[in-house]
Design a protein around this ligand. Sequence first.
Ligand code: ADP
Ligand code: MG
Length: 140
Amino acid sequence: MTIQRTLSIIKPDATRRNLTGKINARFENNGLRIIAQKRIHLSRKQAEGFYAVHSERAFFADLCKFMCSGPVVVQVLEGDNAISTNRTVMGATNPANADEGTIRKDFGESIEANSVHGSDSTENAEIEISFFFSQTELVG
Ligand code: ADP
Ligand code: MG
């Protein structure tokens, strides 16, 4: 058993369609506990900072614009192997390639508007959690 924490974001396409509760149920049904959560509207600067690793990609500008197009819910999920568990629950980046029963398969609209973000490594999880939350806001 390896308890980990991971940064999750419910993206604007999902908050727009009022899917926060349905998506949170997927996490909880798969053993992930929501130990911090807030609904915010990202500034362009915040989106660019958060996705800085993708700044050279062709989709970067569109992605940042999309992430600022409405509210997001940023959250910290905790559980056994939370980082990979969450990636499995989320499904593949492109909803068209995502497995049946995953969040992106069931709710994603496109490769960009794919409903959720999840950290991809322990190192990035730490960086991404501290981007949005202070230690005292994490209530395990
Ligand atoms: P993931 O979110 O699965 O870790 P990436 O880190 O590769 O995927 O990409 C970050 C986000 O950028 C994706 O979730 C998606 O919203 C967007 N994205 C990725 N690839 C593309 C693409 N080819 N076209 C448009 N948007 C993309
Ligand atoms: Mg990624």
